[in-house]
Design a protein. Structure first.
Length: 180
């Protein structure tokens, strides 16, 4: 399988990934009585490692749950110097530019990377390092918050590869980067 960097994320109809207070409660605004994972298990089954930003890492750590990942997590931060001991063997801190992160992880044998967190995704897009985007859109307008996308130095073209509908309301769209 080719090396690839993939975004898998949920957004509101107006393009926000968290509300004005950084909250995620809106992700549960559509009843899901059967607890459908909307393809997440299949997706994560094809991933070697997760690259996430500090804010996303801190958000995950704030959930009152067991550590949710069975694969290595690499946390990007220019401010953190260490991670809590309880994350030893689960998460590793990196302070590198996106291109260097990808190069280092590929050299370590991690070829299928899940890129997570708004600022991290935006930084990887700015360096044209995203090969696939899977966006799950919920039919809610937040009216503000953290945007999924920001300005880019160049236009990036993606090709639509699939669209799935969950719970008759949630639309998941898959895009693959069109490279010359």
């Amino acid at each position: 399988m080719n090396k690839r960097n993939v975004v898998y994320i949920a957004q509101s109809l107006d393009g926000y990934i968290s509300d004005r207070d950084g909250g995620l409660d809106w992700l549960h605004s559509i009843p899901n009585p059967d607890n459908l994972d909307m393809g997440y298990s299949n997706f994560i089954g094809g991933i070697d490692a997760i690259v996430m930003g500090r804010k996303t890492f801190e958000r995950v750590c704030s959930f009152d749950i067991e550590w949710p990942y069975d694969i290595p997590v690499f946390v990007l931060s220019s401010t953190l110097k260490t991670l809590d001991k309880k994350y030893k063997g689960k998460a590793e801190l990196m302070n590198d530019m996106p291109r260097d992160v990808v190069e280092k992880l590929h050299k370590r044998g991690y070829e299928q990377l899940y890129i997570d967190g708004g600022v991290t995704i935006q930084a990887f897009l700015k360096e044209d390092l995203i090969d696939e985007i899977i966006i799950t859109t919920l039919p809610v307008l937040l009216g503000g918050g953290s945007r999924l996308f920001s300005t880019l130095p160049n236009e990036l073209k993606f090709e639509h590869t699939d669209t799935l509908l969950f719970l008759d309301e949630i639309v998941q769209t898959h895009y693959t980067r069109k490279r010359k």
